[in-house]
Design a protein around this ligand. Structure first.
Ligand code: GRF
Length: 217
């Protein structure tokens, strides 16, 4: 069983999807803690309702990013995670954390990176009249929404005209794809190779192929 720590700041619908997949036996892992920088995060309530360990590290209570990250790093080390999942965690991690857990932190982002790192991705897709939108899952570096890509899923924007509808579609994809990637990391079918600095896939062709087949995106 892989030890998974989830970091979040908000709603936690991706956490819910991960929990559902663990409970259904689809992911060979256990969530050892859910940590939030936001004491009001609904995701914390979702975690508590599943009797998961939770912790709040409110970034507003720390005098600097470095101080916050030092405390978070200590907390993460104490949990001995195999995988740290950023599921709507709205803080950039400094290299202190990303170097220590190199290849062990993944993030999900609602755009086809490198397009639109940061916030308001759906509005940007509308404003720019993009034909495609989608999601990216990547290993985390200390740069915002950067780091080696693991998987992406794209769809045609076509008649989806509002950011609310785009978000809805994005969430449907995220809730399938994030657990799918986590499952395969736990099975060691996906891993980060520090030497070659490449994402290595085993038993699954290229992941984007298998995801596109699986989800018919
Ligand atoms: C997701 O859209 C994810 O891509 C982004 O933040 C959102 C989190 O949603 N990083 P939720 O809190 O899991 O509902």
């Amino acid at each position: 069983m892989k030890r998974i720590v989830v970091l979040l700041s908000g709603n936690g619908s991706n956490l819910r999807a991960i929990i559902d997949n663990i409970n259904a036996g689809n992911i060979n892992g256990v969530i050892v803690a859910v940590i939030s920088n936001n004491p009001q995060a609904l995701g914390l309530k979702r975690a508590e309702s599943e009797n998961l360990e939770t912790a709040v590290l409110n970034h507003l209570e720390y005098d600097s990013r470095n101080h916050f990250d030092a405390v978070l790093l200590e907390k993460l080390i104490s949990l001995s995670p195999d995988l740290i999942v950023l599921a709507g965690f709205m803080r950039i991690l400094t290299s202190k954390i990303t170097d220590y857990f190199d290849g062990k932190i993944i993030n999900i982002h609602p755009s086809l990176l490198p397009l639109y790192p940061g916030l308001n991705t759906h509005q940007k897709v509308i404003d720019n009249k993009d034909k495609k939108h989608g999601i990216s899952i990547h290993y985390v570096s200390s740069e915002l929404d950067a780091g080696p890509l693991i998987a992406q899923a794209a769809f045609d924007v076509k008649e989806i005209k509002t950011k609310e509808l785009l978000e809805e579609k994005i969430h449907i994809i995220e809730h399938s794809m994030f657990p799918f990637v986590i499952k395969n990391i736990c099975l060691e079918n996906i891993r980060w190779d520090k030497k070659s600095k490449k994402v290595i896939f085993k038993n699954m062709g290229t992941i984007n192929d298998s995801i596109q087949k699986k989800y018919e995106i």
